[in-house]
Write a protein that binds this ligand. Structure first.
Ligand code: TXE
Length: 499
């Protein structure tokens, strides 16, 4: 396959990107630029423009112009569906190229990038269906002189601020849902991982998306992200990132009372009951921890295991963690990828040290691993953790697992729910009653039984408590980006008030 050879090695030169407004590319020109060093290879791979507030104004104006022109919002759902299906087809055609740049910038293993690009295409296909079937309600029950309908319409201009951990799949979990009803969008990818969001502009254009509907401004959070969140002509903000930045975005969005959808941090429990298939559970726990090197909002970072099997289960997990393949991220066999930045690496190692200071034991890992010039952290298990320790309460965002034990099902749920977060939770048991009770009791927007981090376009995702507001994905994901209009229509001659 020709494309495999073309994307097999780190390029010799840095790929410089402009930014994309109203269907055209803009050069970085006199703006400052930011060079991205690949975390997996230690080599400079891309550079992006640090856009300004004026660039954001221009992008928002273009999105507004497209929305007013109704070039996208005004066409039929079937026509929007045709474009979204075309997008999916082109993603599949260019999957290898997209996966390659995703791996270079993020440091995730190429097998994972490939899977994420394929999954992304599925979101555009799914939303093509909803673009055609989105509907409201009709009320034929208001009596002979009144008819009621509830309609949905696109909210208008959406500002989309995305993180660095899943640049292309997070975009796919939002963009087609935003586009399905006819909105326009201004996207700000993370300054560290902008490439695939920028490359996508050409794919959307090729598929027939009208100019001005998709605009990308690159740059830093405090300048570009803040300007989008504050902008008075942006109708809705969708943010994915840390809870702290989410709070700043929500405050900024009050400038014009934007609608807001936020997916934030997590400290997700893996509850393992003694009657679970412990081999399966150990494998699931290892995957849930090491997927995306733990830099994942639904990473299973708190292992809450029944006391009676704790020792045996710890041995099984240690065995799994010791056999995870860390290595060249362009090698399809590699399982554990790199840590996104020096800062993130320091943060993770700092937490391991803190865990020890708080009384936990490092049962494995806790060290960096040098491969291919990149920056990696070995899978780490902290044992003897109590749920009131900072390592058990704060989002570490790396491959660090905190093991806590419990003696009753009630206690397991109490520990699981004793967290400011409520994003994901996994339950491992072969007892159906126990599984259902735990599923009902756990406070988490996504809950898995005998699996973890499973998902797809059909079911909504989002968080309880400080893990966010709103839901992405599924039919709800499209509805989230609409306004609801309640309409009463009188039939016949009016009964006069002033007689
Ligand atoms: O996230 P930020 P950072 C968590 C994780 C990680 C920590 C810090 O714990 O260690 O956050 O990562 C933009 N106004 N998560 O600093 O700041 C920023 O440019 C508007 C969890 O990278 O939340 C980027 O595009 N936007 C998470 C995006 O916000 C601003 C994923 C996310 O960056 C802004 C990532 C501002 N004032 C990190 N400041 C998850 N839940 O998956 C920054 N940004």
């Amino acid at each position: 396959m020709e494309h495999v050879t073309a994307f097999a090695a780190v390029p010799e030169t840095v790929r410089a990107f402009g930014f994309f407004i109203d269907g055209t590319w803009r050069d970085a020109a006199e703006r400052e630029t930011m060079v991205r060093r690949s975390p997996a290879f230690g080599r400079d791979v891309t550079s992006v423009a640090l856009c300004t507030r004026a660039d954001v104004d221009e992008a928002v104006a273009a999105a507004r112009k497209a929305f007013r022109a109704r070039s996208w919002a005004g066409i039929g759902g079937a026509d929007r569906a045709a474009v979204l299906l075309g997008v999916a087809r082109i993603i599949r055609q260019r999957a290898e190229e997209l996966a390659f740049w995703e791996t270079l910038e993020t440091g995730k293993p190429i097998s994972q990038s490939r899977a994420e690009i394929a999954d992304a295409a599925g979101h555009y296909e799914y939303c093509a269906g909803i673009a055609q079937s989105l509907s409201g309600e009709a009320f034929n029950t208001h009596g002979d002189d009144m008819f009621g309908v509830v309609t949905r319409e696109p909210v208008g201009v959406v500002g989309l601020i995305n993180p660095w951990n899943f640049p292309f799949i997070v975009l796919a979990e939002r963009l087609p849902y935003i586009l399905a009803s006819g909105n326009s969008v201004v996207v700000k990818p993370s300054e560290m991982t902008s490439a695939t969001t920028l490359m996508f502009a050409d794919l959307l254009k090729e598929a027939g998306l009208p100019d001005g509907v998709y605009n990308v401004v690159t740059g830093t959070g405090p300048v570009v992200g803040q300007a989008i969140a504050e902008h008075r002509d942006v109708d809705m903000i969708s943010f994915t990132g840390s809870t702290r930045t989410g709070e700043a975005v929500l405050k900024a969005s009050a400038s014009n009372f934007k609608k807001a959808s936020l997916e934030l941090g997590g400290k997700n429990p893996q509850i393992v009951f003694a009657d679970a298939d412990l081999d399966d559970a150990a494998d699931g726990v290892a995957f849930g921890l090491c997927f995306n090197a733990g830099q994942c909002c639904v990473s299973g970072s708190r292992l809450i295991v029944e006391e009676t099997v704790a020792e045996r289960f710890q041995a099984l997990v240690l065995d799994k963690l010791s056999r995870i393949r860390i290595g060249d991220c362009l090698d399809p066999e590699t399982q554990l990828g790199a840590i996104v930045s020096d800062q993130q690496c320091e943060k993770i190692l700092g937490y391991v040290k803190l865990g020890e200071e708080e009384g936990a034991t490092v049962a494995c890992g806790g060290n960096t691993v040098a491969v291919s010039g990149g920056r990696f952290i070995a899978p780490t298990l902290l044992t003897g953790v109590r749920n009131d320790m900072r390592v058990a309460r704060e989002e570490i965002f790396g491959p660090v697992l905190c093991m806590i034990t419990f003696s009753t099902a009630g206690e397991a749920l109490e520990i699981a729910n004793d967290s400011p977060y409520g994003l994901g939770a996994s339950i491992w048991t072969k007892d159906i009653d126990k599984a259902l009770r735990a599923m009902r009791g756990v406070q988490a927007g996504r809950t898995w039984v005998n699996t973890t981090i499973a998902g797809g376009p059909g079911q909504p995702v989002g968080g309880f408590k400080q893990s966010g507001i709103g839901r992405e994905g599924g039919r709800m994901g499209v509805e989230e980006y609409t306004e609801v209009k309640s309409v009463h229509i009188a039939i016949g001659k009016r009964k006069h008030w002033v007689t």
